[in-house]
Design a protein around this ligand. Structure first.
Ligand code: NAD
Ligand code: ZN
Length: 348
């Protein structure tokens, strides 16, 4: 049994990239296990968890990361008689994890929770680091808390039922870890990309590598204060702007991040900061995962610029961005010229 240990301040928890173990949850000294899942995940995998306790099922999709579902889960917990020693068990992708984690963070001023991450995005990114929260009409993840889980399971077998498009989009985050933190990991992904299928040992290794890289960064900067954690934002400044301009239902997050990484690597190259060959390497990877590499319409550029300059990280006509200096290392550049950004967005 090989757990990867995540550390955040005084807290320590095991991330297990293997089959979920009912006995390990039962071994946690909780007064009861309260499950939260979504319809898709529960239909595909509910039988594995049914014996553990009652389950509150939310509709699938980002729309469930909302005040109404948060309230519904809290009232459900209270109605079930959950107490300070109850354990919330999230079973689902990033949406269920963020929502259930925030429910646990706020019920009785915070109770313990554990996470069975069932989407590739959750397994290699969202389930680690203790960021929990919900969206409001004014923005994504506007309300939330840092609340670390007590245990995380990432079973690659759960991905058999994950829709293909979600699987491919999550690969953008794996590519991100390579560019931002580990050149060897990016090379390896290029080598084995044809073999990265569900059930393959390569996929298990990919998830473990991402978990290790993310736990390392989280340990260095658990509360997102030192700037270390910002290195994981490569591709995300432009990616988020694209999601905002499109209204969040056209592209999946990973798809927008793929476009964002190509744009930001192009910006870095043009500033003379980053490697010249990186944009074309990223385009090849995008092609092999059938991910987009351009902004679908020039009309999106002006709302994207607006989103980026309003971004709380940017001041005036300057935009803060995590840019690669070489493959495997990035820096947070606080003041990228907005004109230069716009030029690249028109060109890609
Ligand atoms: N907390 C963090 O640090 C962090 C990091 C990155 C992203 N996120 C958040 O994660 C969310 C996106 O996560 P996501 O992509 O997992 O979305 P998601 O949870 O909506 O899952 C994607 C879709 O796949 C379905 N699904 C998940 N696992 C499945 C399985 N094994 N079988 C069949 N269907 C399955 C879901 O029902 C959903 O329809 C966003 O809200 C984002 O803000 C959080
Ligand atoms: Zn992301």
């Amino acid at each position: 049994v090989t757990a990867i240990w995540a550390k955040a301040g005084a807290e320590r928890y095991a991330v297990r990239v293997e089959k979920f173990d009912v006995a390990a949850v039962q071994a946690i000294d909780a007064s009861g296990v309260m499950l939260i899942s979504d319809e898709n995940v529960w239909n595909a995998h509910g039988s594995e968890f049914r014996g553990l306790g009652p389950c509150c099922i939310v509709p699938p999709g980002e729309k469930s990361k909302c005040v109404a579902q948060w309230e519904r889960c809290l009232e459900w917990l209270a109605g079930q008689g959950a107490d300070r020693r109850s354990l919330v068990l999230a079973v689902g992708g990033g949406v269920v994890g963020d929502l259930a984690g925030f429910v646990a963070a706020t019920y009785m001023r915070g109770i313990r929770w554990a996470n069975v991450a069932t989407s590739l995005l959750a397994q290699l990114d969202a389930a680690i680091g203790g960021k929990t929260g919900i969206d409001t009409a004014h923005g994504k993840n506007l309300v939330g808390a840092f609340h670390q889980p007590v245990a995380v399971w990432c079973n690659p077998e759960h991905l058999r039922s994950l829709p293909e498009r979600h699987f491919r989009a999550a690969m953008a985050e794996a590519i991100k870890y390579g560019v931002a933190l580990d050149a060897g990991f990016l090379n390896w992904q290029e080598e084995v990309r044809g073999r990265l299928t569900v059930g393959s040992p390569q996929l298990t290794r990919l998830i473990k590598t991402c978990v290790r890289l993310k736990t390392r960064i989280v340990a260095q900067d658990p509360m997102e204060r030192s700037g270390r954690r910002a290195l994981l934002n490569f591709g995300h400044t432009v990616g988020h702007a694209l999601e905002t301009a499109l209204g969040y239902d056209e592209l999946l997050h990973g798809e927008a991040v793929m476009v964002g990484m190509i744009a930001e690597s192009e910006i870095a190259a043009q500033l003379g900061l980053g490697p010249k060959e990186l944009p074309s390497r990223l385009r090849d990877l995008a092609d092999s995962w059938e991910l987009p590499h351009k902004i679908a319409s020039a009309r999106l550029i002006s709302p994207m610029m607006e989103a980026m300059t309003r971004d709380k990280k940017g001041t005036g006509k300057r935009i803060a961005m995590t840019l690669p200096t070489e493959v495997g290392s990035c820096v947070l550049v606080p003041d990228v010229d907005a004109e230069a950004v716009q030029r690249v967005l028109r060109g890609i």
